[in-house]
Design a protein around this ligand. Structure first.
Ligand code: SF4
Length: 320
């Protein structure tokens, strides 16, 4: 197991008039999830579902107030940053925004090579250059010599995202959190970036948490999918099972809302009312209670456990 989250809880104090209050936003509420070598785990949910916070917690960029985070079997939940720093090269983040993620003053070469120098992963300038150019070529920035000299503002959105991916890949990480890495890109660039991430997994056995709000993309790239709502995993199974046999009402609504590729068919509305509401207390009942078309009284007061209902398929719902 490369990364393991064990009953992880994360909350943020809300600010009132510039001061931090004792009221918290409960972003992640008791998530247990394991990431295996060479596997891509899709984490899907709406905006505000807690998926990005979960990704940052897995990378220990956020410290949970309860629960444990393990990297390669080592409990890193409370490790100070100076100790984490040595391990960070193996645990990388690719962010959503290809515009904001890169320092506009640096060349592509400097952006991609920085981690190699910080972590002393190369012993000579020649070795560094060879590795940087090879990595730029692997993300299809060719010829790599020409791209190495450019600055981020000379690149398209898709090219910038490739640079951000190259910066992560050059470290040969064991685990990557890719947080909505294609959501700001056009359709053809999106496909190319997804292929690069797939190739990376195949070539280096890199494990990934692929965060998205788009279930079609999650199904395309992921081996398995965790559906998150209210900072809670409500369903998890291999991608095919999630798409063909969703059992949780929230997953079913997400699948129902996927547009049909046939343009003659009318767009379906998801059978789900309201919007994601911020949780200001630890959840007592089902996190989906207020929006669920099937909710019963028990759902308000008792939190359903994530239980296995068959062959690696887990669901948190009283009715399943
Ligand atoms: Fe709906 Fe109840 Fe199931 Fe939650 S536990 S998803 S509220 S039926």
């Amino acid at each position: 197991m490369i990364v393991k989250l064990e009953d992880v809880w994360v909350r943020y104090p809300l600010s009132r008039g510039g001061l931090l209050s004792t009221t918290y936003l409960h972003a992640v509420n008791g998530v247990t999830l394991e990431f295996e070598e060479g596997k891509i785990e899709g984490v899907i949910g709406e905006s505000g579902s807690g998926k990005s916070t979960l990704g940052r917690t897995a990378l220990r960029l956020i410290q949970p107030y309860r629960g444990k985070v393990y990297w390669d079997g080592v409990d890193v939940t409370k490790l100070p940053e100076r100790k984490l720093r040595k391990m960070r090269k193996d645990f990388q983040l690719i962010q959503q925004d290809p515009y904001g993620a890169l320092d506009p003053r640096l060349s592509v070469y400097d952006i991609v090579s920085e981690g190699l120098r910080v972590h002393k992963l190369v012993s000579s300038k020649d070795e560094e250059r060879e590795l940087v150019l090879k990595t730029l070529a692997s993300v299809k920035l060719t010829p790599p010599e020409a791209f190495a000299e450019k600055k981020p503002d000379e690149l398209s959105g898709g090219q910038r995202q490739r640079v951000a991916i190259a910066r992560a890949l050059v470290m040969r990480p064991k685990f990557i959190v890719a947080d909505e890495p294609v959501s700001m890109l056009d359709a053809s660039t999106r496909g190319q970036i997804l292929e690069i991430l797939k190739e990376t997994r195949e070539k280096y056995g890199t494990s990934m948490m692929f965060i998205t709000h788009d279930i079609a993309i999650a199904a395309y790239i992921s081996d398995s999918i965790s559906v998150i709502y209210g900072g809670t995993i409500v369903e998890r199974a291999d991608s095919d099972t999630i798409v063909r046999n969703p059992l949780h009402p929230y997953t079913a609504a997400l699948i129902q809302a996927v547009p049909d590729p046939n343009p003659d068919k009318p767009v379906k509305e998801p059978n789900i009312k309201g919007e994601v509401e911020p949780l200001l207390d630890e959840p007592k009942g089902c996190v989906f209670y207020k929006r669920c078309p099937l909710a019963k009284d028990i759902c308000r007061t008792e939190r359903p456990k994530l239980r296995e209902v068959g062959n690696g398929h887990y669901v948190a719902c009283h009715l399943v």
